[in-house]
Design a protein around this ligand. Sequence first.
Ligand code: A3P
Length: 326
Amino acid sequence: MESHIEKQNRDVLQKSFKEMISTLPKENCWGIPEALYQYQGFWLTPPFLQGALSAQQQFQAQPTDIILCSSPRTGAAWLKSLTFATITRTSYNDSTTPLLSKMPHDVVPFMEFDHAQFSTNRHLGIPLLATHLPYSFLPRSIIDSGCKLIYICRDPKDTFVSLHHFNARYNKSQNTQPVQLDEAFELFYEGVNWYGPYWDHVLGYWKASLEHPDKLLFLKYEELIEDTVLYLKKIAEFMGYPFSSEEQQQGVPENIVQLCSFENLNGLEVNKTGKHRDGQGDLAMENNIFFRKGKVGDWKNYLTTEMARRLDQRTLQKFRGSGLSV
Ligand code: A3P
């Protein structure tokens, strides 16, 4: 229970964050009521930025933590379901797993919302946490604790198309005017989107993965789609929950891949009609907004040749010399 003094301190801190945020460069865009604010090179809305600042000050990582990191729309829900199912495989079976009754975002706490202030009351039996924070924003305790990070990235063209559709569906649910694809494209291209510029987000984690390969596993959505079983085994090994040869003979990794497949999760009642976070709080929205097609290359159905060329060129220019290609 939070004491009166703790609450007072928290209110003072939140007030100082709000004051600081009000001085930052801001853009009203994407047809959403809240502006995006630019802080240390990245664009965030106030609730996310306040969560980031609180987490930086107060979040205490444990060495056993496994933090799932991503920029929005790159496959975080899928990664959450795969890691959650892997870690809990001896506690639940195919008919009891919480993934049947909760959407993947609801089985893994979101650091900058759920534990930004109270990092102590965590379910340490399931060491997973998720964040959208850029690498340079991560609370110091995450780096110092030596806990593990898994990052997932995706082709910027598919990431943009997914983001645009998500935003359009969100606008519709809020009765706000959706932005047209061309306008959204220019915003993304200029890096003005949630946690953008996208390329800088990816690069931060890529560089850290080169420096600390034992602590940061860097994944690509496209590779995960290409051979999900192979990558699931790598993920399990990295997390410290490897599949035994007996489990492999029994097809346990294949079962998890099937459970977490787009087709399976998308078809579950909870993901068709349920509400994220039981419809409570700032992040409340329909679960089905998080599932669309789950395909590689869907950008071909939406982007002109010129748009694709420009995004590819920007990607090349941003990633030049880093050794990273998508
Ligand atoms: P599309 O919009 O291209 O379909 P995030 O979870 O990071 O928000 O990413 C969302 C993207 O991942 C969406 O892409 C969504 O459909 C896709 N996705 C969700 N669940 C998936 C799964 N189990 N397998 C593959 N892709 C999935």
